[in-house]
Ligand binder design. Sequence first.
Ligand code: DC
Length: 227
Amino acid sequence: MGKIVIAIDGYSGCGKSSTAKAVAKILGYTYIDSGAMYRAATLHFLNENLRPSKPEEAIQGLQTLSISFKINPETGLQETYLNGKNVEDEIRSMQISHRVSELATVASIRRELVAQQQRLGSGKGVVMDGRDIGSVVFPDADLKVFMTANLETRAKRRQLELLEKGQTVDLEEIKENLAGRDEVDSSRAESPLMKMSDAVEVDTSNLTFEGQVAQIVQLAKAKIEMN
Ligand code: DC
């Protein structure tokens, strides 16, 4: 049976990454977190004091940007590296969440990150999550999923996730951040977040984590059998 490419897009905080990761594990596929790449790039621009919206500074930032992923042998989880440094926790902070959408509107930066994502997923047997995976990165993906959930549910899930990492954040701040990013991500000129006509919508508001994973695995298995 042939391996397939699975694209998972959707709003911020729907659980795309954790779901995509679990789906990849069950299928024995490679998981790629494209949002982590935009987050790592945001951290890089902040560290280097460069403004992504200024064309020369965007070029300068891209020239010194190197993002990679490695599996932590202790936890078995994938972690993000920026120029050789593990930045997995740092890129999940609210400081980065507040700035990432702005960087993600810049065409030259998107072009570079999309090219890297296409290289990373060039073999089949990949699950990638983000905002433009089914539309731009892998428009020919075998399975496209568009994940949604209501804002309250998403904010509560994100708050718990941050708490597990030792960060206590007010629910209202998280809600504002998620709603703000949805707005910027959906209305930007460059590769806006949208549900493709060939994507299957999965509303996770009333699903358990195991339930949403099982639903996507089932969709994937049906496609794999056809492949
Ligand atoms: O998936 P995430 O919430 O970690 O992504 C962080 C931000 O990166 C998100 O608000 C928009 C941007 N992003 C994007 O524009 N395109 C992608 N493919 C993935 C993320």
